[in-house]
Ligand binder design. Structure first.
Ligand code: FAD
Length: 482
Protein backbone atom coordinates (compact mmCIF):
# COMPACT_ATOMS: atom_id res chain seq x y z
CA UNK A 1 0.00 0.00 0.00
CA UNK A 2 1.32 3.46 -0.84
CA UNK A 3 2.07 5.97 1.87
CA UNK A 4 -1.14 8.02 1.78
CA UNK A 5 0.69 11.07 3.20
CA UNK A 6 2.51 11.38 -0.13
CA UNK A 7 -0.59 10.87 -2.25
CA UNK A 8 -2.61 13.62 -3.90
CA UNK A 9 -6.12 13.77 -2.43
CA UNK A 10 -8.39 11.21 -4.09
CA UNK A 11 -11.32 13.61 -3.80
CA UNK A 12 -9.73 16.17 -6.12
CA UNK A 13 -12.49 17.96 -8.11
CA UNK A 14 -12.74 17.12 -11.80
CA UNK A 15 -11.56 20.56 -12.88
CA UNK A 16 -8.40 20.17 -10.80
CA UNK A 17 -7.82 16.68 -12.19
CA UNK A 18 -7.97 18.03 -15.71
CA UNK A 19 -5.12 20.43 -14.92
CA UNK A 20 -2.71 17.59 -14.09
CA UNK A 21 -0.36 17.02 -17.04
CA UNK A 22 0.36 13.48 -18.27
CA UNK A 23 3.14 12.07 -16.12
CA UNK A 24 6.05 11.16 -18.31
CA UNK A 25 7.66 7.77 -18.07
CA UNK A 26 11.23 8.01 -16.75
CA UNK A 27 13.64 6.67 -19.37
CA UNK A 28 17.30 5.82 -19.68
CA UNK A 29 18.97 8.76 -21.46
CA UNK A 30 19.09 8.05 -25.21
CA UNK A 31 22.86 8.35 -25.45
CA UNK A 32 23.40 5.75 -22.71
CA UNK A 33 20.72 3.27 -23.72
CA UNK A 34 21.83 3.21 -27.36
CA UNK A 35 24.85 1.29 -26.11
CA UNK A 36 23.22 -1.16 -23.70
CA UNK A 37 20.39 -3.74 -23.61
CA UNK A 38 18.82 -2.58 -20.34
CA UNK A 39 15.18 -1.55 -20.44
CA UNK A 40 14.53 1.87 -21.99
CA UNK A 41 11.47 2.73 -19.88
CA UNK A 42 12.17 2.70 -16.17
CA UNK A 43 8.61 2.54 -14.81
CA UNK A 44 6.47 4.90 -12.69
CA UNK A 45 7.19 5.51 -9.02
CA UNK A 46 4.18 5.28 -6.68
CA UNK A 47 3.92 9.09 -6.69
CA UNK A 48 3.91 9.30 -10.50
CA UNK A 49 1.34 6.50 -10.73
CA UNK A 50 -0.95 8.24 -8.26
CA UNK A 51 -0.67 11.56 -10.07
CA UNK A 52 -1.37 9.91 -13.41
CA UNK A 53 -4.30 7.86 -12.08
CA UNK A 54 -5.90 11.05 -10.77
CA UNK A 55 -6.20 12.31 -14.36
CA UNK A 56 -8.88 9.69 -15.12
CA UNK A 57 -12.21 11.46 -15.60
CA UNK A 58 -14.31 8.41 -14.63
CA UNK A 59 -16.35 8.69 -17.84
CA UNK A 60 -19.89 7.34 -17.65
CA UNK A 61 -19.30 5.28 -20.82
CA UNK A 62 -15.64 4.20 -20.57
CA UNK A 63 -14.59 3.78 -24.20
CA UNK A 64 -11.13 2.73 -23.00
CA UNK A 65 -12.60 -0.53 -21.74
CA UNK A 66 -14.80 -1.09 -24.79
CA UNK A 67 -11.78 -0.69 -27.05
CA UNK A 68 -9.56 -3.12 -25.15
CA UNK A 69 -9.52 -6.47 -27.02
CA UNK A 70 -9.45 -8.35 -23.70
CA UNK A 71 -11.86 -5.97 -21.94
CA UNK A 72 -9.63 -4.77 -19.09
CA UNK A 73 -11.78 -2.74 -16.64
CA UNK A 74 -9.60 0.31 -16.95
CA UNK A 75 -11.67 2.69 -14.87
CA UNK A 76 -11.98 0.24 -11.99
CA UNK A 77 -8.28 -0.55 -11.79
CA UNK A 78 -7.35 3.13 -12.08
CA UNK A 79 -9.77 3.98 -9.25
CA UNK A 80 -8.05 1.35 -7.10
CA UNK A 81 -4.70 3.03 -7.80
CA UNK A 82 -6.18 6.36 -6.73
CA UNK A 83 -7.30 4.64 -3.52
CA UNK A 84 -3.71 3.41 -3.03
CA UNK A 85 -4.77 -0.25 -3.40
CA UNK A 86 -2.14 -1.32 -5.93
CA UNK A 87 -2.58 -5.07 -5.33
CA UNK A 88 -6.33 -4.68 -5.75
CA UNK A 89 -5.67 -2.88 -9.03
CA UNK A 90 -3.42 -5.74 -10.20
CA UNK A 91 -6.06 -8.32 -9.28
CA UNK A 92 -8.67 -6.30 -11.19
CA UNK A 93 -6.53 -6.33 -14.35
CA UNK A 94 -5.87 -10.05 -13.95
CA UNK A 95 -9.62 -10.75 -14.20
CA UNK A 96 -9.25 -10.06 -17.94
CA UNK A 97 -5.55 -10.04 -18.76
CA UNK A 98 -3.12 -12.84 -17.81
CA UNK A 99 0.00 -10.93 -18.99
CA UNK A 100 -0.32 -7.40 -17.55
CA UNK A 101 3.41 -6.71 -17.15
CA UNK A 102 3.82 -7.56 -20.84
CA UNK A 103 0.89 -5.64 -22.29
CA UNK A 104 1.80 -2.70 -20.04
CA UNK A 105 5.08 -2.61 -21.96
CA UNK A 106 4.34 -3.52 -25.57
CA UNK A 107 0.62 -3.08 -26.30
CA UNK A 108 -0.08 -0.34 -28.89
CA UNK A 109 -2.35 1.48 -26.44
CA UNK A 110 -2.73 4.41 -28.85
CA UNK A 111 -4.81 2.10 -31.09
CA UNK A 112 -7.01 0.84 -28.25
CA UNK A 113 -7.64 2.15 -24.71
CA UNK A 114 -5.56 5.33 -24.89
CA UNK A 115 -6.70 6.07 -28.44
CA UNK A 116 -10.29 6.28 -27.25
CA UNK A 117 -9.58 8.11 -23.97
CA UNK A 118 -11.63 11.32 -23.77
CA UNK A 119 -8.55 13.21 -22.54
CA UNK A 120 -6.87 12.53 -25.90
CA UNK A 121 -9.43 14.74 -27.65
CA UNK A 122 -8.05 17.89 -26.07
CA UNK A 123 -4.58 16.89 -24.97
CA UNK A 124 -2.79 13.74 -23.88
CA UNK A 125 -4.64 10.53 -23.03
CA UNK A 126 -4.43 8.86 -19.65
CA UNK A 127 -1.22 6.77 -19.45
CA UNK A 128 -3.17 3.51 -19.17
CA UNK A 129 -0.30 1.31 -20.36
CA UNK A 130 2.13 2.92 -17.93
CA UNK A 131 -0.35 2.42 -15.07
CA UNK A 132 -0.94 -1.20 -16.04
CA UNK A 133 2.80 -1.83 -16.04
CA UNK A 134 3.16 -0.09 -12.68
CA UNK A 135 0.62 -2.28 -10.87
CA UNK A 136 1.84 -5.47 -12.57
CA UNK A 137 5.42 -4.76 -11.49
CA UNK A 138 4.22 -3.82 -7.99
CA UNK A 139 2.37 -7.14 -7.69
CA UNK A 140 5.50 -8.94 -8.85
CA UNK A 141 7.67 -7.17 -6.28
CA UNK A 142 5.21 -8.11 -3.55
CA UNK A 143 5.33 -11.77 -4.72
CA UNK A 144 1.54 -12.16 -4.79
CA UNK A 145 -0.01 -15.16 -6.60
CA UNK A 146 -3.74 -15.83 -6.92
CA UNK A 147 -4.11 -19.57 -7.39
CA UNK A 148 -7.67 -20.27 -8.57
CA UNK A 149 -9.71 -22.35 -6.13
CA UNK A 150 -11.98 -24.04 -8.65
CA UNK A 151 -13.01 -27.69 -8.63
CA UNK A 152 -11.32 -29.71 -11.42
CA UNK A 153 -13.62 -30.57 -14.33
CA UNK A 154 -11.59 -33.61 -15.38
CA UNK A 155 -11.26 -32.22 -18.93
CA UNK A 156 -7.85 -31.91 -20.62
CA UNK A 157 -6.86 -29.21 -23.11
CA UNK A 158 -3.65 -29.04 -25.17
CA UNK A 159 -2.48 -25.58 -26.16
CA UNK A 160 -0.07 -25.53 -29.09
CA UNK A 161 2.30 -22.56 -28.98
CA UNK A 162 3.29 -20.45 -25.97
CA UNK A 163 2.86 -17.00 -27.49
CA UNK A 164 0.36 -14.50 -26.08
CA UNK A 165 -2.67 -16.28 -27.62
CA UNK A 166 -1.69 -19.67 -26.16
CA UNK A 167 -0.77 -18.25 -22.75
CA UNK A 168 -4.12 -16.45 -22.58
CA UNK A 169 -6.12 -19.56 -23.47
CA UNK A 170 -4.15 -21.52 -20.87
CA UNK A 171 -4.57 -18.83 -18.18
CA UNK A 172 -8.30 -18.50 -18.76
CA UNK A 173 -8.99 -22.26 -18.93
CA UNK A 174 -7.08 -23.13 -15.75
CA UNK A 175 -9.31 -20.62 -13.95
CA UNK A 176 -12.30 -22.64 -15.14
CA UNK A 177 -10.97 -25.86 -13.65
CA UNK A 178 -9.65 -27.59 -16.77
CA UNK A 179 -6.28 -29.34 -16.95
CA UNK A 180 -4.05 -27.45 -19.40
CA UNK A 181 -0.76 -28.41 -21.05
CA UNK A 182 1.11 -25.96 -23.31
CA UNK A 183 3.28 -27.55 -26.02
CA UNK A 184 6.00 -25.32 -27.45
CA UNK A 185 8.32 -26.06 -30.38
CA UNK A 186 11.22 -23.91 -29.17
CA UNK A 187 13.35 -24.42 -26.07
CA UNK A 188 12.01 -21.19 -24.55
CA UNK A 189 8.46 -20.15 -23.75
CA UNK A 190 6.77 -16.92 -24.81
CA UNK A 191 6.61 -17.01 -28.63
CA UNK A 192 7.48 -13.68 -30.23
CA UNK A 193 7.67 -12.12 -26.78
CA UNK A 194 10.79 -14.21 -26.17
CA UNK A 195 12.39 -14.70 -29.57
CA UNK A 196 11.33 -11.46 -31.27
CA UNK A 197 10.95 -8.51 -28.91
CA UNK A 198 14.36 -7.49 -27.52
CA UNK A 199 15.48 -7.24 -23.92
CA UNK A 200 15.55 -3.42 -23.93
CA UNK A 201 11.78 -3.34 -24.56
CA UNK A 202 10.69 -6.47 -22.75
CA UNK A 203 13.24 -7.91 -20.32
CA UNK A 204 13.48 -11.73 -20.26
CA UNK A 205 12.94 -11.77 -16.48
CA UNK A 206 9.53 -10.09 -16.96
CA UNK A 207 8.46 -12.79 -19.43
CA UNK A 208 9.76 -15.47 -17.07
CA UNK A 209 7.91 -13.98 -14.08
CA UNK A 210 4.63 -13.79 -16.01
CA UNK A 211 5.00 -17.42 -17.16
CA UNK A 212 6.04 -18.54 -13.65
CA UNK A 213 2.84 -16.94 -12.41
CA UNK A 214 0.83 -19.03 -14.89
CA UNK A 215 2.80 -22.15 -13.94
CA UNK A 216 1.96 -21.52 -10.28
CA UNK A 217 -1.74 -21.60 -11.18
CA UNK A 218 -1.30 -25.21 -12.35
CA UNK A 219 -0.61 -24.93 -16.10
CA UNK A 220 1.91 -27.50 -17.37
CA UNK A 221 4.48 -26.47 -19.98
CA UNK A 222 6.51 -28.68 -22.31
CA UNK A 223 9.17 -27.27 -24.65
CA UNK A 224 10.88 -28.81 -27.71
CA UNK A 225 7.62 -30.37 -28.97
CA UNK A 226 6.82 -29.62 -32.60
CA UNK A 227 3.17 -30.47 -32.94
CA UNK A 228 2.71 -31.88 -36.42
CA UNK A 229 6.10 -33.61 -36.20
CA UNK A 230 6.74 -34.88 -32.65
CA UNK A 231 3.03 -35.55 -32.20
CA UNK A 232 0.00 -34.75 -34.40
CA UNK A 233 -3.24 -33.07 -33.40
CA UNK A 234 -5.09 -36.34 -34.07
CA UNK A 235 -2.70 -38.23 -31.78
CA UNK A 236 -3.18 -35.65 -29.03
CA UNK A 237 -6.95 -36.16 -29.20
CA UNK A 238 -7.23 -39.88 -30.05
CA UNK A 239 -4.26 -41.33 -28.14
CA UNK A 240 -3.35 -38.84 -25.42
CA UNK A 241 -6.94 -38.15 -24.38
CA UNK A 242 -7.12 -34.38 -24.86
CA UNK A 243 -10.72 -33.19 -25.05
CA UNK A 244 -9.86 -30.03 -26.99
CA UNK A 245 -6.85 -28.43 -28.68
CA UNK A 246 -6.06 -24.76 -29.23
CA UNK A 247 -3.63 -23.87 -32.05
CA UNK A 248 -1.73 -20.63 -31.47
CA UNK A 249 1.33 -21.21 -33.62
CA UNK A 250 1.79 -17.65 -34.90
CA UNK A 251 3.06 -16.31 -38.20
CA UNK A 252 6.79 -16.66 -37.80
CA UNK A 253 7.86 -17.63 -41.34
CA UNK A 254 9.69 -14.64 -42.87
CA UNK A 255 8.77 -13.07 -46.19
CA UNK A 256 11.49 -11.85 -48.54
CA UNK A 257 11.59 -9.10 -51.16
CA UNK A 258 12.60 -11.28 -54.11
CA UNK A 259 15.12 -8.74 -55.36
CA UNK A 260 18.63 -9.51 -56.67
CA UNK A 261 21.33 -10.10 -54.06
CA UNK A 262 19.07 -11.36 -51.27
CA UNK A 263 21.23 -14.49 -50.92
CA UNK A 264 24.41 -12.49 -50.12
CA UNK A 265 26.22 -12.98 -46.82
CA UNK A 266 25.22 -10.16 -44.51
CA UNK A 267 21.54 -10.17 -45.57
CA UNK A 268 19.24 -11.54 -42.86
CA UNK A 269 15.52 -11.88 -42.30
CA UNK A 270 14.48 -9.94 -39.19
CA UNK A 271 13.19 -13.18 -37.74
CA UNK A 272 16.58 -14.92 -37.99
CA UNK A 273 18.48 -11.81 -36.88
CA UNK A 274 16.35 -11.26 -33.76
CA UNK A 275 16.07 -14.95 -32.88
CA UNK A 276 19.84 -15.36 -32.96
CA UNK A 277 20.27 -12.33 -30.76
CA UNK A 278 17.42 -12.93 -28.32
CA UNK A 279 17.43 -16.72 -27.95
CA UNK A 280 21.13 -17.33 -28.53
CA UNK A 281 21.99 -14.36 -26.34
CA UNK A 282 24.13 -12.40 -28.78
CA UNK A 283 22.98 -9.37 -26.79
CA UNK A 284 25.29 -10.59 -24.03
CA UNK A 285 28.36 -10.46 -26.32
CA UNK A 286 31.25 -10.99 -25.42
CA UNK A 287 29.95 -13.10 -22.48
CA UNK A 288 28.16 -15.22 -25.13
CA UNK A 289 29.66 -15.76 -28.60
CA UNK A 290 27.79 -13.59 -31.05
CA UNK A 291 26.08 -15.96 -33.55
CA UNK A 292 25.77 -13.27 -36.21
CA UNK A 293 28.29 -11.33 -38.23
CA UNK A 294 30.25 -8.81 -36.10
CA UNK A 295 28.34 -5.55 -36.48
CA UNK A 296 30.72 -3.29 -34.59
CA UNK A 297 31.70 -0.26 -36.66
CA UNK A 298 29.62 -1.43 -39.63
CA UNK A 299 26.74 0.26 -41.48
CA UNK A 300 23.45 -1.58 -41.07
CA UNK A 301 19.97 -1.03 -42.55
CA UNK A 302 16.61 -2.56 -41.87
CA UNK A 303 13.99 -2.65 -44.58
CA UNK A 304 10.47 -2.12 -43.22
CA UNK A 305 8.57 0.14 -40.83
CA UNK A 306 6.92 -2.11 -38.23
CA UNK A 307 7.82 -2.97 -34.64
CA UNK A 308 9.98 -5.82 -35.89
CA UNK A 309 12.00 -3.50 -38.12
CA UNK A 310 12.61 -1.02 -35.32
CA UNK A 311 13.52 -3.79 -32.89
CA UNK A 312 16.07 -5.12 -35.37
CA UNK A 313 17.74 -1.79 -36.10
CA UNK A 314 17.81 -0.63 -32.49
CA UNK A 315 19.39 -3.98 -31.64
CA UNK A 316 22.02 -3.46 -34.36
CA UNK A 317 22.80 -0.04 -32.90
CA UNK A 318 23.31 -1.57 -29.47
CA UNK A 319 25.62 -4.20 -30.98
CA UNK A 320 27.88 -1.38 -32.15
CA UNK A 321 26.68 -0.41 -35.65
CA UNK A 322 28.31 2.79 -36.93
CA UNK A 323 25.29 3.90 -38.98
CA UNK A 324 21.82 2.41 -38.48
CA UNK A 325 19.20 3.12 -41.14
CA UNK A 326 15.51 2.40 -41.52
CA UNK A 327 14.59 2.14 -45.20
CA UNK A 328 10.80 2.42 -45.53
CA UNK A 329 8.88 2.88 -48.75
CA UNK A 330 6.06 4.99 -47.28
CA UNK A 331 6.09 8.00 -44.92
CA UNK A 332 6.12 8.04 -41.11
CA UNK A 333 2.33 8.45 -40.98
CA UNK A 334 1.94 4.97 -42.51
CA UNK A 335 4.53 3.25 -40.31
CA UNK A 336 2.88 0.38 -38.42
CA UNK A 337 5.34 0.55 -35.48
CA UNK A 338 4.16 1.81 -32.09
CA UNK A 339 4.47 5.59 -31.77
CA UNK A 340 6.69 5.27 -28.69
CA UNK A 341 9.14 2.98 -30.51
CA UNK A 342 9.49 5.45 -33.40
CA UNK A 343 10.16 8.28 -30.91
CA UNK A 344 12.69 6.21 -28.98
CA UNK A 345 14.46 5.11 -32.17
CA UNK A 346 14.81 8.70 -33.37
CA UNK A 347 16.17 9.80 -29.98
CA UNK A 348 18.77 7.02 -30.16
CA UNK A 349 20.04 8.27 -33.51
CA UNK A 350 18.44 5.84 -35.95
CA UNK A 351 18.54 7.43 -39.42
CA UNK A 352 15.07 7.14 -41.01
CA UNK A 353 15.22 7.11 -44.82
CA UNK A 354 11.52 7.31 -45.60
CA UNK A 355 9.90 7.00 -49.05
CA UNK A 356 12.88 4.83 -49.97
CA UNK A 357 12.67 1.33 -51.44
CA UNK A 358 15.56 -1.11 -52.06
CA UNK A 359 15.68 -2.62 -55.54
CA UNK A 360 18.91 -4.65 -55.33
CA UNK A 361 21.49 -5.78 -52.77
CA UNK A 362 25.03 -5.12 -54.04
CA UNK A 363 27.93 -7.55 -53.72
CA UNK A 364 31.59 -6.89 -52.92
CA UNK A 365 32.43 -9.56 -55.52
CA UNK A 366 33.23 -12.17 -52.85
CA UNK A 367 29.71 -13.11 -51.84
CA UNK A 368 29.31 -10.45 -49.16
CA UNK A 369 26.93 -7.50 -49.06
CA UNK A 370 28.54 -4.13 -49.85
CA UNK A 371 25.50 -1.91 -50.31
CA UNK A 372 21.93 -1.51 -51.41
CA UNK A 373 20.47 0.19 -54.47
CA UNK A 374 17.35 2.18 -53.64
CA UNK A 375 14.73 4.18 -55.47
CA UNK A 376 12.91 7.16 -53.98
CA UNK A 377 9.13 6.87 -53.73
CA UNK A 378 6.13 9.18 -53.60
CA UNK A 379 2.68 8.45 -52.24
CA UNK A 380 -0.15 7.86 -54.68
CA UNK A 381 -3.79 6.79 -54.19
CA UNK A 382 -4.78 4.58 -51.20
CA UNK A 383 -4.34 0.82 -51.80
CA UNK A 384 -6.34 -2.15 -50.45
CA UNK A 385 -4.86 -1.58 -46.97
CA UNK A 386 -6.25 1.98 -46.95
CA UNK A 387 -2.73 3.40 -46.89
CA UNK A 388 -1.47 5.56 -49.76
CA UNK A 389 0.34 3.44 -52.32
CA UNK A 390 4.08 4.15 -52.70
CA UNK A 391 5.06 4.81 -56.32
CA UNK A 392 8.72 4.87 -57.54
CA UNK A 393 10.10 8.18 -58.85
CA UNK A 394 11.81 7.51 -62.18
CA UNK A 395 15.53 8.25 -62.28
CA UNK A 396 15.84 8.68 -58.47
CA UNK A 397 17.99 5.56 -57.85
CA UNK A 398 20.94 5.85 -55.47
CA UNK A 399 23.36 3.44 -53.73
CA UNK A 400 23.89 3.24 -49.98
CA UNK A 401 27.03 1.44 -48.71
CA UNK A 402 26.13 -1.28 -46.16
CA UNK A 403 27.65 -4.32 -44.47
CA UNK A 404 24.46 -5.78 -43.01
CA UNK A 405 20.85 -5.60 -44.21
CA UNK A 406 17.88 -6.95 -42.27
CA UNK A 407 14.67 -7.63 -44.19
CA UNK A 408 11.52 -6.97 -42.22
CA UNK A 409 8.72 -6.83 -44.76
CA UNK A 410 6.29 -9.22 -43.11
CA UNK A 411 5.80 -12.85 -42.20
CA UNK A 412 3.57 -15.76 -43.16
CA UNK A 413 1.93 -18.67 -41.37
CA UNK A 414 3.95 -21.34 -39.55
CA UNK A 415 2.89 -24.30 -41.76
CA UNK A 416 3.64 -27.58 -39.93
CA UNK A 417 0.27 -28.26 -38.33
CA UNK A 418 -1.86 -27.40 -41.35
CA UNK A 419 -0.06 -29.99 -43.47
CA UNK A 420 -0.45 -32.78 -40.89
CA UNK A 421 -4.03 -32.25 -39.74
CA UNK A 422 -6.52 -33.73 -42.22
CA UNK A 423 -9.65 -31.60 -42.66
CA UNK A 424 -8.19 -28.44 -41.10
CA UNK A 425 -9.38 -25.63 -43.39
CA UNK A 426 -6.91 -22.90 -44.30
CA UNK A 427 -7.12 -19.84 -46.53
CA UNK A 428 -5.08 -19.49 -49.69
CA UNK A 429 -2.13 -18.00 -47.77
CA UNK A 430 -2.01 -20.98 -45.38
CA UNK A 431 -3.63 -19.32 -42.35
CA UNK A 432 -6.04 -21.48 -40.35
CA UNK A 433 -9.69 -20.59 -40.82
CA UNK A 434 -11.46 -20.03 -37.52
CA UNK A 435 -14.77 -18.47 -36.60
CA UNK A 436 -14.07 -14.87 -35.44
CA UNK A 437 -16.33 -15.19 -32.36
CA UNK A 438 -15.84 -18.80 -31.22
CA UNK A 439 -12.38 -19.41 -32.74
CA UNK A 440 -13.62 -22.88 -33.82
CA UNK A 441 -11.87 -24.47 -36.78
CA UNK A 442 -13.25 -26.97 -39.28
CA UNK A 443 -12.11 -29.87 -37.02
CA UNK A 444 -14.27 -30.87 -34.07
CA UNK A 445 -12.69 -29.91 -30.74
CA UNK A 446 -9.94 -27.88 -32.42
CA UNK A 447 -9.77 -24.10 -31.94
CA UNK A 448 -7.25 -21.58 -33.27
CA UNK A 449 -6.39 -17.92 -32.74
CA UNK A 450 -3.74 -15.21 -32.87
CA UNK A 451 -1.39 -14.60 -35.78
CA UNK A 452 -1.94 -18.10 -37.24
CA UNK A 453 -5.51 -17.03 -38.03
CA UNK A 454 -5.23 -13.28 -38.68
CA UNK A 455 -1.70 -13.00 -40.01
CA UNK A 456 0.88 -10.95 -38.15
CA UNK A 457 -0.96 -8.58 -35.79
CA UNK A 458 -0.39 -7.56 -32.16
CA UNK A 459 0.02 -9.06 -28.72
CA UNK A 460 -3.31 -7.78 -27.46
CA UNK A 461 -5.25 -8.96 -30.53
CA UNK A 462 -3.71 -12.43 -30.10
CA UNK A 463 -4.73 -12.31 -26.43
CA UNK A 464 -8.26 -11.22 -27.39
CA UNK A 465 -8.53 -14.28 -29.63
CA UNK A 466 -7.22 -16.40 -26.77
CA UNK A 467 -9.95 -15.10 -24.45
CA UNK A 468 -12.69 -15.82 -26.97
CA UNK A 469 -11.27 -19.29 -27.61
CA UNK A 470 -11.09 -20.09 -23.88
CA UNK A 471 -14.73 -19.07 -23.47
CA UNK A 472 -15.91 -21.27 -26.31
CA UNK A 473 -13.63 -24.20 -25.38
CA UNK A 474 -15.22 -24.06 -21.93
CA UNK A 475 -18.71 -24.05 -23.47
CA UNK A 476 -17.78 -26.99 -25.70
CA UNK A 477 -16.30 -28.97 -22.80
CA UNK A 478 -19.26 -28.37 -20.53
CA UNK A 479 -22.09 -28.83 -23.07
CA UNK A 480 -20.46 -31.21 -25.55
CA UNK A 481 -22.11 -29.20 -28.34
CA UNK A 482 -20.13 -28.37 -31.47
P1 FAD B 1 3.49 -16.15 -31.45
O1 FAD B 1 3.86 -15.11 -30.47
O2 FAD B 1 4.15 -16.14 -32.77
O3 FAD B 1 3.73 -17.56 -30.76
C1 FAD B 1 3.58 -18.76 -31.49
C2 FAD B 1 4.33 -19.85 -30.78
O4 FAD B 1 3.99 -21.09 -31.35
C3 FAD B 1 5.84 -19.72 -30.92
O5 FAD B 1 6.45 -19.83 -29.66
C4 FAD B 1 6.23 -20.88 -31.83
O6 FAD B 1 7.53 -21.37 -31.57
C5 FAD B 1 5.15 -21.88 -31.47
N1 FAD B 1 4.94 -22.88 -32.52
C6 FAD B 1 4.87 -22.66 -33.86
N2 FAD B 1 4.64 -23.83 -34.51
C7 FAD B 1 4.57 -24.78 -33.54
C8 FAD B 1 4.35 -26.18 -33.56
N3 FAD B 1 4.16 -26.83 -34.72
N4 FAD B 1 4.34 -26.87 -32.38
C9 FAD B 1 4.54 -26.22 -31.20
N5 FAD B 1 4.74 -24.88 -31.13
C10 FAD B 1 4.75 -24.18 -32.28
N6 FAD B 1 2.94 -6.71 -31.03
C11 FAD B 1 2.59 -5.74 -30.16
O7 FAD B 1 1.43 -5.67 -29.75
N7 FAD B 1 3.51 -4.84 -29.69
C12 FAD B 1 4.81 -4.89 -30.05
O8 FAD B 1 5.59 -4.06 -29.60
C13 FAD B 1 5.21 -5.91 -30.94
N8 FAD B 1 6.51 -6.03 -31.30
C14 FAD B 1 6.89 -7.06 -32.11
C15 FAD B 1 8.23 -7.22 -32.38
C16 FAD B 1 8.64 -8.27 -33.17
C17 FAD B 1 10.11 -8.43 -33.42
C18 FAD B 1 7.70 -9.17 -33.73
C19 FAD B 1 8.14 -10.32 -34.61
C20 FAD B 1 6.36 -9.02 -33.47
C21 FAD B 1 5.94 -7.97 -32.64
N9 FAD B 1 4.60 -7.80 -32.30
C22 FAD B 1 4.23 -6.82 -31.43
C23 FAD B 1 3.58 -8.75 -32.80
C24 FAD B 1 3.20 -9.78 -31.73
O9 FAD B 1 4.34 -10.19 -31.03
C25 FAD B 1 2.46 -10.96 -32.32
O10 FAD B 1 1.31 -10.46 -32.99
C26 FAD B 1 2.04 -11.95 -31.24
O11 FAD B 1 3.15 -12.46 -30.54
C27 FAD B 1 1.25 -13.12 -31.83
O12 FAD B 1 0.96 -14.03 -30.83
P2 FAD B 1 0.62 -15.56 -31.14
O13 FAD B 1 0.30 -16.20 -29.85
O14 FAD B 1 -0.40 -15.62 -32.21
O15 FAD B 1 1.93 -16.18 -31.79
Amino acid sequence: MADRAECPPASLPLRERMKIPRQHMPEQPAIERAANFSEVNLGYSEELALQEALRCLDCRKPLCMQNCPVGVKVQEFVDLIVAGDFLGAAAKIREDNVLPAITGRVCPQEDHCEGSCVLAKKGESLGIGYLERFVADYEQRMGVFHVPAVPPTGKKVAVVGSGPSGLTVAGDLIQRGHQVRVLEALHELGGVLAYGIPEFRLPRNIIKQQIDYLRATGIEFETNVIVGKTVTIDELMQEEGYDAVFIGTGAGAPLFMNIPGEQLNGVYSANEFLTRINLMKAYKFPEYDQPIVDIRGKDVAVIGGGNTALDAIRTALRLGARKAYVLYRRSEAEMPARAEEIRHARQEGIDFRLLTNPTEFLSNGEGWLSGVRCVRMQLGEPDASGRRRPVPINGSEFDLPLSVAVISVGTSANPVIQSTTPGLATDKRGYIQADPITQRTSCKGVFAGGDIVTGSATVILAMGAGRRAAKSIHEYLTTGEW
